[in-house]
Ligand binder design. Structure first.
Ligand code: FMN
Length: 192
C-alpha cells in the first residue's frame, strides 16, 4: 500500500483523534515486537505528540525504555484478528508476532523500529516522558514523521468515502468500527 507523508506534520495528531485501537511497534535493530493498545490519545498538535498506557510487564516495554523509539500503527477493520492476536500473545513466547499474524515489516524513515505495512497510517515517534503509574506507565512521545493511505486521509482529515473502517475496541474480542462522517452544527439560541 502506497502511503503519503502527512503535511504539515501538525495534522498528524488527527490520525489518532478518532480513538482507534493501534499497534505499537518496538525494536532495536536486532529484535522487534508489537502489541495492541486501546488507551491512546493525541496530546499536542505542534509539535505533534501522542500518549498511551503500556503495561510494564509487556515484552515490548524494555524496548521502549531502552531505545526511546516506537511506531504507532493504525489498522483498519480488516486487521481485527491480527490486532486481537498481537494483544493476546506475548513476544516473550512468540518471537515473531509479525509473521505469526500475517503482518509485514515496513522500514521507517526516522526511527530504527519497523512499522506495519498493512496499516492505513503509521506514526514514527520518539519518547519524551515516561510517567510511572505502578503496573503501567504513561508513555508520552513526539511524532517525528507520519504517513497515511491517501485514499483514506485527504487534506488533513480521515475520509470514509472510499470504504475505510477504523477499528475501536469495546472489550475482550469485541470491536466496533467507524465508517461515516457526520457534520455537526452548533444549535442556534432559542428565540424567546
Ligand atoms: C484490543 C486490545 C487492546 C489492548 N490495549 C492495551 C493498552 O491500551 N495498554 C496496554 O498496556 N495493553 C493493552 N493490551 C494488552 C497488550 O496488547 C498485550 O498484553 C500484549 O500481548 C503485550 O504484548 P508483548 O508482551 O508482546 O509486548 C490490549 C490488548 C488487546 C487485545
Amino acid at each position: 500500500m502506497d502511503k503519503a507523508p502527512i503535511e504539515p506534520l501538525s495534522n498528524a495528531y488527527r490520525l489518532v483523534n478518532p480513538g482507534p485501537v493501534v499497534l505499537i511497534t518496538v525494536g532495536d535493530g536486532e529484535a522487534d515486537n508489537l502489541f495492541a493498545v486501546t488507551w491512546n490519545m493525541p496530546i499536542r498538535k505542534d509539535p505533534g505528540m501522542v500518549a498511551f498506557l503500556s503495561g510494564k510487564r509487556h515484552h515490548s516495554y524494555p524496548f521502549i525504555e531502552r531505545t526511546g523509539e516506537l511506531g504507532v500503527n493504525i489498522p483498519d477493520a480488516s486487521l481485527a484478528d491480527a490486532v486481537l492476536g498481537c494483544g493476546s500473545v506475548t513476544g516473550a513466547k512468540e518471537p515473531d508476532k509479525f509473521g505469526r499474524f500475517g503482518l509485514t515489516r515496513q522500514p521507517a524513515s526516522r526511527i530504527k523500529v519497523p512499522l506495519v505495512a498493512e496499516c492505513v497510517a503509521n506514526l514514527e515517534c520518539r519518547v519524551c516522558q515516561i510517567v510511572d503509574l505502578g503496573a503501567s506507565s504513561l508513555i508520552v512521545a513526539q511524532i517525528l514523521a507520519a504517513t497515511a493511505d491517501p485514499r483514506h486521509f485527504q487534506r488533513g482529515h480521515w475520509t470514509f468515502d472510499n470504504g475505510l473502517q477504523l477499528l475501536h475496541h469495546l472489550s475482550g474480542s469485541r470491536f466496533c468500527v467507524s465508517s461515516e462522517t457526520i457534520t455537526a452544527t452548533v444549535p442556534p439560541r432559542a428565540q424567546t
